[in-house]
Design a protein. Structure first.
Ligand code: NAG
Ligand code: NAG
Ligand code: NAG
Length: 339
């Protein structure tokens, strides 16, 4: 009997010491710690960790990690608060937004989480690309909102309100002012799930769609001289979001004779589109729009003007056009280069 209970006690202790705890504050919650805790629980070390919401310092002191409370930022001791005077941590020197708990946890555990979620090796160069991109596209805004940093430096009056961003939706999971019978801990779990699921969704998109598109753009850039000796025409075998990638890849590869036209299939009929590369990723202006003489014409009339068979259209602003075949679209691009 005695030995049995001893065994039981020892087993209980083992389980008990193995279950790690993450502390955070109780009361009203925000998106930054909801995401921070969700991310922390995605790490190998804290997968099954229990969450303790309290402001009781002695209970927080016993936690294996503490997020968004405690007044300390000591990564080696897994203390991640950002509210204390003198706190001034950034994601990297490329960013000017002070971190919140979301950014802090992401900064320290982001690469591990990305590699694990997408089954990549930790030193795969794609992990670094996604780590930077996820911060820029997803986490930085949460840091900024938490720190009250306006998206528009001049603080111009917005023309309309938008209350549907993630931080606002997480905030609304807190009880109304006159709701008293709400279980805050379970609401906090919902908040973690909401913030976390959107993080994962974004990461999956970037890892499984955005990044593979980048590889296609790299390939099109690397083989551009085989398409035309000018190197200013890119061809894709399938439509893909090339724009943003192209600007980054040009910078990385220090390309001087920048591509002017991009060709890609238009549906399954064999028809191709020709698109003029814009002067910047979000610009409506093109580096070199399709010839003025072709703009706004269609079909046979356009084929006559361009002296190219099978032309389908050229937009009146000259940023896009079409031909019934890949060769036709290529011919349009080559002619446009010389005009
Ligand atoms: C938060 O926790 C502290 C200490 O455990 C407790 O005294 C306080 O009432 C709690 N506050 C809220 C809003 O739950
Ligand atoms: C909050 O107050 C309003 C006005 O008294 C009332 O109509 C509403 O039902 C209250 N909500 C709750 C959850 O008690
Ligand atoms: C130059 C060229 O190949 N143009 C093609 C455009 O599409 C039509 C219709 O398929 C072809 O007949 C042309 O040869």
């Amino acid at each position: 009997m005695l030995s049995l209970s001893h065994t039981f006690v020892r087993a209980f202790r083992t389980i008990h010491t193995m279950t790690k705890t993450i502390g955070t504050h109780n009361g009203t919650f925000h998106c930054d710690e909801a995401l921070g805790l969700y991310l922390m629980k995605l790490t190998e070390g804290f997968k099954d960790a229990k969450i303790i919401r309290t402001r009781d310092e002695s209970r927080l002191a016993e936690c294996d990690a503490v997020i968004d409370v405690g007044g300390e930022y000591i990564p080696e001791k897994l203390r991640f608060d950002h509210h204390q005077r003198g706190f001034g941590e950034f994601f990297s020197s490329d960013f000017k937004t002070k971190l919140s708990s979301a950014g802090l946890i992401y900064k320290h555990f982001g690469k591990e989480i990305i590699a694990d979620q997408l089954s990549l090796s930790k030193d795969d160069s794609n992990v670094e690309i996604l780590y930077q991109k996820m911060y820029k596209d997803f986490v930085e805004a949460l840091d900024a909102i938490d720190n009250g940093i306006s998206q528009y430096p001049q603080d111009i009056e917005p023309k309309y309100e938008d209350r549907t961003d993630l931080a606002a939706r997480v905030g609304r999971l807190n009880p109304w002012w006159n709701q008293t019978d709400v279980d805050l801990d379970s609401r906090f779990e919902q908040a973690m799930e909401l913030a976390g699921s959107e993080f994962i969704e974004r990461l999956r998109f970037l890892g499984l769609a955005w990044l593979p598109a980048r590889d296609l753009v790299v390939k099109a850039v690397d083989t551009r001289q085989e398409v035309h000796e000018s190197g200013q025409i890119l061809i894709f075998d399938s439509p893909c979001p090339w724009k943003e990638h192209l600007f980054e890849i040009e910078k990385e590869k220090n390309i001087e004779n920048k591509p002017l036209y991009v060709l890609f299939p238009d549906g399954l009929s064999g028809a191709y589109r020709i698109q003029a590369v814009p002067s910047s990723p979000n610009s409506f202006e093109s580096r070199r729009a399709l010839p003025e003489a072709w703009r706004g014409y269609r079909d046979s009339e356009l084929s006559e003007k361009s002296q190219i068979q099978g032309c389908v259209f050229v937009h009146h602003s000259g940023f896009i056009g079409g031909n019934q075949t890949k060769d036709g679209a290529l011919m349009m691009a080559i002619k446009a280069l010389d005009m």
